[in-house]
Write a protein that binds this ligand. Structure first.
Ligand code: ATR
Length: 281
């Protein structure tokens, strides 16, 4: 029951209506019995939105496109990997101070670390956008040996240089042997409505390795289907999505939510959304 003590959380972005974060956080609040609600705010003026957060005492906000970097000047302090990558997906308000975090990288690390130790592993990351950067920096921190692949050469090279790792163009030139034990897709290739596409041709996928995709619409991307056919272990986009949300809950409430329950809520929401999408078009 909402009452005069209900704490407000939310997500700011534009577009934001399709976000699954309200599903994650309202599900956790409900199960844990927290007197809190999480809403999606379609923001046109970031300055106004952050002023509103301070003025209304909003406990925490998730930040998504196109504000992850733009929000930095409005914050009092950055924590952890957010400081290095200059990108924030989470704001917590504590005693009137706005503190910026990034849980994308740690969400991906937890999804991988559940399956294996990362120390010393050879990893290829496809994509050097916001998510790719967060994941790449987190992998480097965990002691992985990295290769960055990206379509835009300048952006990819610059990330590889910052990290002191190798760069290859995407699509990866034919005949390039991929040595990686782990491949992570952090591009949007394979996402609905381009679900017929894959960032790597099947014949380039090494056999019996680990392939993770951050795309979650559809959940079984073409990349993951083909990786399975090559005998690889696969990790789908729900894993990182659920875990970056769980990390936000730890920041805001100090509680560690159940990942299995979050994934269950997300799976139901994704199925619902797809049905709505299909009936619309
Ligand atoms: P996010 O926050 O999800 O990472 P982003 O910052 O826009 O989103 O990054 C999208 C990533 O997907 C980038 O690496 C982008 O490559 P470019 O740097 O060349 O733009 C990659 N991407 C998107 N569409 C792609 C496509 N059709 N082929 C290859 N890479 C693509």
């Amino acid at each position: 029951m909402m009452n005069g003590h209900t704490q407000l959380y939310g997500i700011i972005g534009n577009p934001v209506r399709h976000s699954l974060s309200p599903v994650i956080h309202n599900g956790v609040f409900r199960r844990k019995g927290f007197n809190a609600v999480y809403l999606a705010f379609e923001v046109h003026d970031l300055d106004d939105a952050i002023r509103g957060m301070r003025g209304l005492g909003i406990g925490g906000l998730s930040v998504t496109m196109p504000f992850k970097a733009a929000v930095l000047p409005f914050l009092d302090r950055l924590e952890g990997v957010a400081k290095k990558i200059r990108s924030v997906n989470t704001i917590a308000q504590e005693d009137g101070m706005l503190i910026g975090y990034n849980t994308d990288g740690s969400g991906a690390m937890e999804a991988l670390e559940e399956k294996m130790s990362l120390q010393g592993k050879e990893v290829m990351i496809l994509g050097a956008g916001g998510a790719g950067r967060a994941i790449a920096f987190s992998l480097k921190e965990r002691g992985c040996r990295l290769t960055v692949a990206n379509r835009s050469l300048e952006k990819g090279r610059s990330l590889a240089e910052e990290l002191g790792v190798e760069f290859v163009p995407l699509p990866i030139p034919a005949g390039t042997g991929i040595q990686a034990e782990i491949i992570i897709n952090a591009t949007s290739v394979g996402m609905h409505p381009l679900s017929e596409e894959s960032p790597l041709p099947k014949e380039m996928l090494p056999e019996r390795m680990t392939v993770m995709d951050i795309v979650y619409r559809p959940l079984r991307t073409r990349l993951l289907q083909e990786a399975e056919e090559r005998g690889c272990r696969t990790i789908d986009g729900l894993e990182m999505l659920a875990r970056q949300g769980a990390a936000q809950q730890r920041i805001w409430t100090g509680q560690n939510p159940d990942i299995g329950e979050i994934k269950k809520d997300l799976r139901e929401a994704i199925i619902d959304k797809f049905e709505t999408l299909n009936s619309k078009f």
